[in-house]
Design a protein around this ligand. Structure first.
Ligand code: GLN
Length: 339
């Protein structure tokens, strides 16, 4: 485990501005037009209720840290949040137990293996590795405050609702469908228990985790939730503080390394933003200090990431200047030695 002696150094932030509002709105429209006809990808069907999603749905939303909202297409269509919930539950748990405990108990390194991998657990002596794969997410949900599963579930729902700025409802059909078919997650929770890595009753924790995945959101909600992480933990629409600025930084670093499953490296190479995707077709991509994109389109690639969502994020990251790794030479300093 990497150890640092710099935890007491105050965290400074370095961010920039988005282009003018009209330009942002125009580029969002352009992204929608460019990729609405994209036909690649397959709608997830391992949770039977998800297979019913309309593959043509496509919504894009962007919330700026000043609360300005831009939307296009099916940005108000509800869908179950699925794995994107992992990002926000991690933030709530970070707020509760802190940076070092999350690092120690759950881990922050990518597994390089699919999100539902059991082999990853066995290869790492029962370490769940990171909070964005199912093993780590189940272990993280177990760390939510509350003495009973019911209290933990309420804390999850209430916490994710504060990120969204409205009370999130459950998709009972998806919950029933996944509950009846999630033998793999139950197996993962039992395996974690056998390694002494899961607090509480494994069946109950999987139930809370399945509920958290069944909360209904829209692309608009994802943009507001992400913008809260981009805004030092304050929801830019409600003005309410949800988590601390340090927790946002920690959460975003985990998303950069692990948010897009085993293709997180490729995502970072093309898009350069912390992000999280889910099997129902959502993606949230966060530009710290600027805002966040929420996308929804059900057809997925082989790793489980929305095809149109990824394409739209790649376009918008470039066009809006969001890539965290992009820079241009300083126009004055050293100009004499440049062409
Ligand atoms: N609820 C889903 C599962 O546990 C979430 C997976 C995902 O969105 N990648 O399998």
């Amino acid at each position: 485990m990497f150890e640092t002696d710099a935890l007491d150094v105050p965290q400074r932030a370095l961010t920039g501005d988005l282009p003018a509002e009209s330009r942002v709105a125009g580029l969002l429209l352009e992204a929608h037009e460019r990729y609405a006809g994209e036909q690649a990808g397959v709608v997830a069907d391992y949770i039977p209720a998800l297979a019913e999603a309309d593959p043509a749905l496509f919504g894009l939303s962007l919330t700026e840290v000043d609360g300005t909202v831009h939307r296009v297409g099916d940005s108000e269509v509800p869908f179950s949040i699925q794995s994107i919930s992992k990002a926000f539950v991690l933030a709530l748990v970070c707020e509760e137990i802190g940076h070092e405990e999350v690092h120690r108990i759950v881990g922050v390194n990518n597994t390089g293996l699919p999100f539902s991998s059991v082999i990853a657990l066995e290869l790492n002596h029962g370490s769940p590795m990171n909070p964005m794969v199912n093993a780590g997410a189940i272990a993280t949900t177990a760390l939510m405050p509350g003495d009973s599963a019911e209290e933990k579930w309420e804390a999850v729902r209430e916490g994710l609702s504060r990120f969204a700025g409205r009370r999130l409802e459950l998709d009972e059909r998806v919950l029933a469908s996944e509950s009846a078919s999630n033998h793999r997650n139950q197996g993962i929770a039992d395996l974690l228990t056998s390694y002494g890595r899961l607090l509480g009753d494994p069946a109950e924790i999987v139930d809370v985790y399945t509920r958290q995945c069944s909360l209904l959101v829209t692309a608009d909600d994802l943009a507001v939730m992400g913008a809260t992480l981009a805004d030092g933990g304050v929801n830019p629409v409600t003005g309410q503080r949800v988590v601390s600025a340090e927790v946002c930084r920690d959460t975003l670093s985990v998303l950069a390394a692990c948010g897009m499953y085993e293709t997180s490296g490729e995502w970072l190479f093309e898009i350069g933003l912390p992000a999280k995707s889910g099997v129902s077709g959502g993606i949230v991509a966060i530009a710290p200090g600027k805002g966040a994109l929420g996308t929804f389109s059900p057809p997925l690639d082989a790793a489980g990431n929305s095809v149109r969502g990824q394409r739209a994020c790649a376009f918008l990251s470039r066009a809006l200047g969001l890539n965290l790794f992009a820079s241009l030479p300083h126009p004055v300093k050293g100009a004499a030695t440049r062409e």
